[in-house]
Ligand binder design. Structure first.
Ligand code: SF4
Length: 372
């Protein structure tokens, strides 16, 4: 960020990278980020792009509403804020759709040098271990305390570097499963590590029949503390520092089945072409293109599945479906339907078009559809 002298460009670049990095690995993002910044180097350029172009570039990155919201927010900055990015974390969060507390803190500290902390998954893990916070790390009481800690800890002169260093510590040293405590630069400040060290010392003293330990103030165990491990789940010596952070049990993902049909015809040069249709502009995978698809009831028999899909296709093509081959792959039930003649597409239905394989791959389609 230090090499870009224009504050708006700096903030825009950090913003794009932060949105892309939500739920996505750095290695995956780099290529998308470079292509994005090449195509839309400024807010103004992004504001003029179409949603179709944004979805095309985003294809394969997942969580598609991120790209859409980024573009909507860029339009807002250009039309309502005279093209100037808000200059504080508070204003960024308040004025930009899709910018939450973390993203606002990251943009403000990295781009403007505002001394404000950030709390992401990595920071949650590091701070919970540093302070032996054993209550559910997604509870509001814990989250509020972590933000207070991050804001208090942040380096006043180099807040952007400090925040990135803290996140990097979580990503490379204080990792979820086997943290490298021996190499950790903050181990002297880490209560979880001290506790493990104390237990080791106690075990060796016991071996040689020496002293009994004095109880630790962190073992006070007075119930009702919103930050301590709950009495039902005390410290487990076999887990060491990975006792923290604690999370509430994850909800199981919902099972869903979708029938999807690859409809193929001979294009004008003899090459095969496939029918793709556009999804609605809101909801999952909004505005992306896909092969004609139909959600299926969980317990539908295969024969019935073919029937409902055939009805659906008849609505698209006005054509009786002659032959359908199918195989089932996980939750996508994939059908293939080669056509002998041409069909007329009903313009009253969602937008649809025929594409060659090459055009298909360049369209705004999800990774799942590419697999199909
Ligand atoms: Fe994480 Fe271990 Fe460092 Fe503590 S000492 S912050 S647990 S890596």
């Amino acid at each position: 960020a230090a090499t870009e002298t224009d504050a708006d460009r700096r903030a825009y670049a950090v913003w794009v990278s932060e949105i892309m990095l939500q739920q996505t690995q750095v290695a995956t993002v780099i290529d998308y980020y470079n292509r994005w910044m090449q195509k839309w180097p400024t807010l103004q350029a992004l504001a003029q792009a179409s949603l179709e172009e944004v979805n095309e570039l985003w294809a394969g990155l997942g969580y598609y509403s991120r790209g859409k919201r980024l573009q909507e927010a860029a339009r807002k900055v250009v039309s309502e804020l005279a093209g100037q990015m808000p200059r504080t974390a508070e204003d960024l969060q308040k004025l930009l759709p899709g910018v939450g507390r973390y993203t606002a803190g990251a943009i403000a500290s990295i781009s403007y040098g505002q001394a404000t902390g950030v709390v992401d998954g990595n920071v949650i893990r590091v701070l919970c271990r540093l302070r032996c916070i054993g209550a559910d790390s997604s509870s509001p009481a814990v989250i509020d305390r972590l933000w207070d800690m991050a804001n208090a800890l942040v380096d006043r002169s180099r807040p952007g570097d400090f925040n990135q260093a803290l996140m990097e510590l979580g990503a490379t040293v204080c990792v979820p499963k086997a943290p490298l405590c021996g190499e950790c630069p903050v181990k002297q400040h880490c209560r979880a590590w001290r506790r493990v060290e104390k237990e080791l010392a106690f075990a060796s003293q016991k071996l040689f029949g020496k002293l009994t330990p004095v109880p630790d103030v962190e073992d006070c165990g007075v119930g009702g503390c919103p930050l301590c491990p709950p009495a039902t789940e005390p410290w487990d010596s076999s887990l060491g520092v990975t006792n923290f952070p604690r999370k509430a049990a994850k909800k199981q993902p919902r099972a869903a089945r979708t029938a999807t049909c690859v409809l193929e015809r001979r294009g004008c040069h003899g090459a095969p072409e496939y029918l793709i249709v556009q999804r609605p502009s809101s909801g999952l995978l909004a505005g992306l293109w896909e092969f004609p698809s139909l959600p299926l009831a969980q317990d539908l028999q295969e024969e019935k599945q073919r029937e409902v899909l055939a009805d659906h296709l008849r609505a698209w093509t006005g054509w009786p479906v002659v032959h359908i081959f199918s195989h089932i792959h996980q939750t996508y039930v994939v059908y293939s339907l080669p056509l002998d003649g041409d069909v007329t597409l009903d313009p009253a239905l969602s937008p649809s078009r025929w594409v060659t394989e090459e055009e298909f791959l360049a369209s705004a389609v999800s990774t799942a559809m590419k697999k199909v």
